[in-house]
Design a protein around this ligand. Structure first.
Ligand code: PRP
Ligand code: URA
Length: 223
């Protein structure tokens, strides 16, 4: 990390491997998500909607095939997704909040789970659960977690997926700290990251600033 001429910390990362989904509707919804007055139900709905927006971008390169369709007017050739298999892998718990939005786009996707909890003192993740589809190597894997803070949880989840044979992995987070992006990109030379915003950095408790607070607590109402 270096400082720019205004004295702010800047980080260099491979921009080709990061997509910021900054559609005006995404920015609008994200501003409500960040607001401390937003209640559990609305927070949960917004996380799900933002996951859908990210899903569109993360699946932009899905292969298509021609199909013949008869409209009420005539027969024509259309495109359909060519049966590419997907897996959605939420990092528990907060990642669960993004699953339904993505399943509404790809209802047949398999869902794996990786349980991680961050140590409050060291901020390092501890894995407590892992259950993945057996054919993970043949699937496009979408790891989902709303928060990419230090990047420790996402980096460990990626390592675990690679260990199980996953090849095509995309990470979908809603808010990222620059430090987290750098850590994940350095830890895995192939992953592509989708985020709605890259924030300023981390505070002394390794929370994202300005961020949105504790995503898991806000999704599940455990504040
Ligand atoms: C939060 C969040 C991420 C992680 C991000 O989970 O949902 O998984 O922290 O932090 P990192 O990038 O520094 O690893 P937490 O461990 O608080 O668990 P929870 O989802 O059960 O609330
Ligand atoms: N986990 C969260 O839920 N929020 C943060 O800002 C950092 C980690």
């Amino acid at each position: 990390m270096t400082k720019n001429k205004e004295g702010a910390l800047t980080v260099a990362y491979d921009v080709a491997r990061v997509t910021v989904v900054d559609h005006p509707l995404v920015q609008h919804k994200l501003s409500i998500l960040r607001d401390e007055r937003t209640g559990t139900k609305q927070f949960r709905d917004l996380v799900s909607e933002l996951a859908m927006f990210e899903g569109y971008e993360a699946m932009r390169d899905l292969p298509l095939e021609d199909v013949r369709v008869t409209t009420p007017i005539c027969e024509t050739t259309c495109k359909q997704v060519a049966g590419k298999k997907l897996a959605i892998i939420p990092i528990l718990r907060a990642g669960l909040g993004m699953v339904d939005g993505l399943l509404s786009l790809v209802p047949a996707a398999r869902v794996g789970h990786i349980g991680m909890s961050r140590d409050e003192v060291t901020h390092e993740p501890h894995e407590y659960y892992c259950k993945l589809p057996q054919d993970i190597g043949e699937r496009i894997c979408l790891i989902v977690d709303p928060m990419l803070a230090t990047g420790g949880s996402a980096a460990d989840a990626l390592k675990q997926l690679r260990h199980h044979g996953a090849r095509d992995i995309r990470l979908l987070s809603i808010v990222a700290a620059p430090e987290g992006l750098v850590r994940v990109l350095e830890a895995d030379s192939d992953v592509h990251i989708y985020v709605c915003a890259i924030d300023e950095g981390l505070n002394e408790r390794a929370y994202i600033v300005p961020g949105l607070g504790d995503a898991g607590d806000r999704i599940f109402g455990t504040l």
